[in-house]
Ligand binder design. Structure first.
Ligand SMILES: Cc1cc2nc3c(=O)[nH]c(=O)nc-3n(C[C@H](O)[C@H](O)[C@H](O)COP(=O)(O)OP(=O)(O)OC[C@H]3O[C@@H](n4cnc5c(N)ncnc54)[C@H](O)[C@@H]3O)c2cc1C
Length: 478
């Protein structure tokens, strides 16, 4: 299906009926209902959040929902972007549709009425869903906005986390809102700050050194209209490289896409491991096995979908050059001259589709603490044949997604900082920043948060048990 049909005549009524069904579904599975986390205040009397979630993209929102279901409700998510603009979907995600298939569930946490399909069918009908190829990215963003609204998830937009400091009261998050810095104190912090975190979008130094008007990363804002009639060189053969090539072609540019590999990656290994056994069992495997699997997965990389291939290659102005690494580049005339093994390549503009690099020190909240945080490189030394510098930079996480100390005893508070991003991949495989793993990963995160909150207050809960004096039935003498 290329374009969406008109909404059903009674779409508003259907959506209202769906929302009523969701309320009933949630009521039916509300057990156990009591709120159970004792409130805390700082020494100065300020309220302390039980969990602060940083980032209100799909990962932050599902974390809030999973916590609500554990009856952990003294929580807040913040996002530096305005409401509706969270995540990449209306920003630098330049594909037409999601890359994942349309029946992948996740944010719904297995509640049928909360699925994307239910939301879509309420408005466009079951036939339209059957005819849908993949989910248009704008609709995915709309679905997430609806999900946030009907679940009444507590989110504040326009609030950026800039620092995180341990204190006797808990974790002190320095946040900036409307240019003003203030503090939020939380017992737990979840960093759901996006796929590239804790790290940065990466490009080779010689591209970075080019004047800014001659180069961009696929994660940057790009004015494609100004590329009309120009020759654009794209480095990389991942999905984002192709999405950017297609967007430039559609804007009227000629595009040469180069990659190091002699052949394009056409196999999607993530599909092979998208089963319950992997999602449940992989996080518990010994380090050596987890490293071996992830060394393979992150080395072969992902294939992009057929739609992306067809969207790009249908343009006469597209040239693919496999087996063509870039060895250097410099500004020349009004454009760029790129060195390749087969000679120079001239372009008016270059786009680096070179992904991101993990680096704990690149996260604003972790910069001063990075030397305290254990990475896989600190915890596991693979055999020579399995050495991989890229993997060794990933943080080494507890089963509950918490950071761990490089040296025991130096920063025990890291156990209260949980990472729900692609940075969890070496520890657990697809997990944070992943739609297809969400239904397994988000409950595991919420369960760990709830268990930690309970354990830290175990004595108070025990005293509450001893003090509990509600009789089940009255005596005649009462
Ligand atoms: C271009 C692109 C396309 C993708 N397409 C697909 C796909 O089709 N299918 C699929 O399964 N996966 C896809 N992914 C992978 C993954 O689903 C997305 O990256 C998804 O957005 C991850 O969700 P998230 O909540 O972890 O991060 P995000 O959606 O990126 O949300 C993170 C949020 O954190 C906020 N934030 C960051 N730092 C701070 C801070 N310091 N203070 C406050 N807020 C902060 C950001 O503003 C952002 O809104 C894609 C990824 C990219 C980059």
């Amino acid at each position: 299906m290329d374009a969406l049909p008109h909404r059903e005549a009674d779409a508003t009524g259907q959506l209202a009926a769906l929302e009523a069904a969701i309320a009933r579904d949630l009521a039916l599975i509300a057990y156990p209902e009591p709120l159970w986390v004792p409130g805390r205040r700082t020494a100065a009397g300020e309220p302390i959040l039980d969990v602060l979630v940083v980032g209100a993209g799909q990962g932050g929102l599902v974390t809030l929902f999973a916590l609500m279901r554990e009856r952990v409700t003294n929580v807040l998510a913040i996002d530096r972007k305005p409401e509706g603009a969270e995540g990449p979907w209306r920003d630098f995600a330049r594909m037409v549709t999601l890359r994942s298939w349309k029946t992948v569930t996740g944010p719904d946490l297995d509640i049928p009425s909360l699925t994307f399909q239910s939301w879509f069918e309420a408005q466009w009908g079951a036939d339209a869903f059957a005819a849908l190829g993949k989910i248009p990215k704008g609709l995915w963003a709309d679905y997430l906005a609806w999900y946030r609204r009907i679940l009444a998830l507590p989110v504040r937009n326009g609030v950026a986390l800039t620092a995180l400091t341990p204190s006797a009261d808990g974790l002190v998050a320095t946040v900036v809102e409307d240019g003003v810095a203030r503090h939020l104190v939380a017992r737990k912090v979840v960093l759901a700050t996006g796929i590239e975190t804790p790290g940065r979008w990466w490009m080779p130094d010689f591209i970075k050194a080019l004047p800014a008007h001659l180069r961009a990363h696929t994660g940057d804002a790009i004015d494609f209209a100004r590329l009309d009639g120009k020759h654009v060189a794209v480095l990389g053969a991942g999905a984002s490289a192709f999405d950017n090539a297609a967007t430039a072609l559609e804007a009227g540019a000629r595009v040469t896409l180069c990659c190091r590999r002699p052949e394009l990656q056409r196999i999607q290994p993530y599909k092979q491991i998208s089963h319950a056994g992997f999602f449940r069992g992989f996080p518990g495997l010994p380090d050596a096995q987890r490293w071996r699997w992830m060394n393979h997965l992150l080395s072969v990389r992902e294939a992009f979908p057929r739609e992306t291939w067809e969207r790009t290659t249908r343009h006469a102005g597209f040239t693919l050059r496999t087996g063509t690494p870039w060895l250097g580049a410099r500004a020349a005339g009004s454009g760029v001259e790129i060195d390749t093994p087969s000679g120079p390549l001239a372009a008016d503009f270059v786009i680096a589709g070179t992904g991101f690099q993990m680096d704990v020190a690149a996260h604003p909240a972790l910069v001063p603490h990075a030397h305290l945080v254990a990475t896989w490189g600190d915890r596991y030394i693979p055999a020579e044949a399995e050495r991989n510098e890229r993997l060794s930079r990933y943080p080494y996480l507890t089963p509950g997604f918490a950071l761990t100390e490089k040296l025991p005893g130096t920063a025990p508070w890291l156990a209260d900082v949980h990472l729900f991003s692609f940075g969890a991949t070496v520890s657990f495989g697809p997990s944070g920043s992943s739609i297809n793993a969400m239904k397994f990963a988000a409950p595991r995160l919420a369960e760990a948060l709830a268990a930690d909150l309970f354990t830290a207050d175990a004595e108070a809960h025990y005293q509450a048990l001893l003090a509990y004096d509600t009789p089940e039935f009255p005596l005649p003498s009462d």
